[in-house]
Design a protein around this ligand. Structure first.
Ligand SMILES: CC(C)(COP(=O)(O)OP(=O)(O)OC[C@H]1O[C@@H](n2cnc3c(N)ncnc32)[C@H](O)[C@@H]1OP(=O)(O)O)[C@@H](O)C(=O)NCCC(=O)NCCS
Length: 329
């Protein structure tokens, strides 16, 4: 007897987006009371003017809850309509239960599939790719995809080459069925030989009660990779969707560094009127949360509108990358 297999919607789409930012605003001037640097250096090298860190009482769970509630409500759904939750994070400090399982309880979801993934700054796009497959094969109808990070927890104030970059936030979307194509193919992959270029210390080496673990990064290596190999992957992602640069309304790359975004733009040869996400200026790098937060910001400011096409591309520790071309909710 042949096995039955499931089929779902012909197409998937992003139905909504919701974000949450750590409520403590840390300006470059405040940052420079902690590390030997200057507002001018940080602005020139990265574009960052301020970042958000969690305040007392906030953590990955509270930020994730706020962003997820917004995404569910904006999709016009009840929590019980969500039948899967995927959380991309490196900021959940227990191996199990997953943050997805904890948030499923907090949100009042009804026995959803629930799991976390670890794909660092590419994790949001990884989650969207997995969710699209679930919706189209019928293993879920409405998937909540959340990227959430509390990177201030990993910040080593003695390391002036990383401390000013990272931030705390959450961005969530609902991926659900669509009658028209609204989510292009996922283009993803990794560079396994560069797995140690960005690392968070092994917890087993951290003495109880002491600081850490901390993020370590070979910044120049990441910069080189992002402005060469990842640019090619961004072009491949757009081509895979059947669109050309002239068809594109928005470019929402992972918010790692404005100079990386500028370099990508030069190579992508996007028309002048394509809206480019620059959320990094006020947010720094919030890893898995950066793309959905930047997406929400563009929609809220009116720079982008529902129905616009957008190219997203995430890249980071692993080294891993992932991108899609999609229609904004
Ligand atoms: C981190 C990053 C901003 C550093 O910029 P850079 O131009 O590569 O800087 P370098 O490390 O080459 O250092 C240049 C100089 O600035 C100095 N410097 C480093 N950090 C500094 C700081 N916070 N303030 C002032 N000077 C600093 C260095 O000591 C060095 O001085 P020297 O020329 O006298 O030796 C950049 O490499 C970057 O953004 N990389 C990508 C990182 C990233 O996106 N990571 C996340 C991926 S998801």
């Amino acid at each position: 007897m042949p096995l039955k297999s499931s089929t779902g919607a012909q197409y998937a789409r992003i139905m909504s987006v919701g974000g949450a930012r750590g409520s403590r605003v840390v300006t470059n001037d405040e940052m420079c009371t902690m590390i030997d640097s200057s507002d001018e250096w940080i602005t020139q090298r990265t574009g960052i003017k301020e970042r958000r860190w969690v305040a007392e009482g906030e953590d990955a769970e509270t930020l994730g809850l706020e962003a997820s509630r917004k995404a569910i409500e904006r999709a016009g759904l009840q929590p019980t309509d969500v039948d899967a939750i995927i959380v991309s994070t490196v900021s959940h400090f227990m191996q199990t239960p997953s943050l997805a399982a904890i948030l499923a309880k907090d949100l009042g979801l009804d026995a959803p599939a629930a799991f976390d993934i670890s794909a660092a700054c590419a994790g949001f796009s990884y989650g969207v790719g997995v969710a699209e497959g679930m919706v189209r094969t019928g293993s879920a109808k409405h998937v909540l995809v959340l990227g959430v990070e509390v990177l201030s927890r990993y910040t080593d104030m003695n390391d002036r080459s990383t401390a000013f970059l990272f931030s705390d936030g959450a961005g969530a979307v609902i991926v659900g069925p669509s009658e028209t194509p609204a989510l292009g193919p996922t283009v993803w992959g990794s560079k396994p030989e560069a797995h140690s270029v960005i690392e968070i210390d092994d917890w087993r080496g951290v003495e109880p009660g002491s600081e850490g673990p901390f993020i370590h990064m070979e910044g120049r290596e990441v910069f080189k990779w992002a402005t060469t190999a990842i640019v090619d992957k961004a072009i491949e992602t757009l081509e895979a969707s059947g669109l050309t640069p002239d068809d594109l309304d928005c470019f929402i790359p992972h918010q790692a560094n404005n100079r990386i975004t500028d370099s990508m733009l030069r190579h992508l040869k996007l028309p002048e009127d394509v809206v480019v996400a620059r959320d990094i200026v006020r947010m720094g790098n919030s890893s898995a949360a950066s793309i959905p937060l930047a997406m929400e910001a563009l929609l809220e400011s009116g720079e982008a509108k529902s129905g616009d096409s957008a190219l997203i591309i995430g890249f980071g520790a692993g080294l891993v990358f992932s991108g899609q071309t999609l229609i904004l909710p």
